[in-house]
Design a protein around this ligand. Sequence first.
Ligand SMILES: Nc1ncnc2c1ncn2[C@@H]1O[C@H](COP(=O)(O)OP(=O)(O)OP(=O)(O)O)[C@@H](O)[C@H]1O
Length: 303
Amino acid sequence: MEREITLELEHVEKVIRGKRIIKGISFCVHAGEVFGFLGPNGSGKTTTIRMMVGLIRPTAGRIKVCGYDIQKQPTKALANVGSIVENPELYPYLTGMENLEHFARMIPGVTKEKIDDVVLRVNLNERIHDKVKDYSLGMRQRLGIAQALLGDPKLLILDEPTNGLDPQGIKELRDFIRQLANEGLSVFVSSHLLSEIQLMCDRVAIINEGEMIRVGEVNELLKQDMRHMVWYVEPEEKARRILTAFSHVRLLDRADEGMITEIAPEHIPRVIARLVAGGVDIYGVEWKKLSLEDLFLTMTGEK
Ligand SMILES: Nc1ncnc2c1ncn2[C@@H]1O[C@H](COP(=O)(O)OP(=O)(O)OP(=O)(O)O)[C@@H](O)[C@H]1O
């Protein structure tokens, strides 16, 4: 069954003061999925998001939300978007509930039941009558999300939502985002952390220097994760010679990180046996966790 498309970017470009910051990016986000937008700092994530929420205009290309063009039908398009792009505006000396009531007055048709419903959805019901100044960062963020949900959006956009959260807060946010997606919402999450996107998202778009590098299923794109192996061996020179003799083992030249190979798991026992037979002592072998940088190098093929 074709899933409904909630967000569509087509060849979107942004030029700011003569500089091409976003260089023609395209992707779709479907209903009920958590979609990651991954790229290093300065790669253009916030600029793209600012276009998606109507804060700035694309120089070229099209952005549609639930089929409505943001440029041509901004009211209809943006009625389907809830977002926390810059820090949510919250009043610290009001309670969580008072904050929500305040924001609800600006959105037509929000009932008391709707407010109670979003409070439950973000799991703040026990603390909603406390003042926001006494909330943890994670709770403030959930209140910000509650505020974004008041207008019943189909698409929730969160820019670097885990920034500043502790590991417990990050886990809670992750579970909570998944729950929203299970309820049918599309959740769009930007991050510069590969590990976070891996844990949180179904699909991911990877951006670097304003260019789209890949879009696809997280598991599919990141499965090369398992292929980099670090070897702790003596003597290293001898080990290098043996390893390079295998056609399906590639030695990566990264002197500062130890001896690293690209290798498929099924070849490891044979390689280890050869090293031992060749008089190499093996002190340890471990899978290297792929960093965003490694991923870019692998994907752009310039190792
Ligand atoms: N108004 C602007 N004027 C000039 N340059 C800008 C402007 N806005 C963004 N840029 C530049 O565009 C590039 C992308 O910035 P952007 O903030 O979108 O990146 P980002 O991926 O969100 O990074 P971060 O995670 O650090 O926020 C950066 O090089 C930035 O300096």
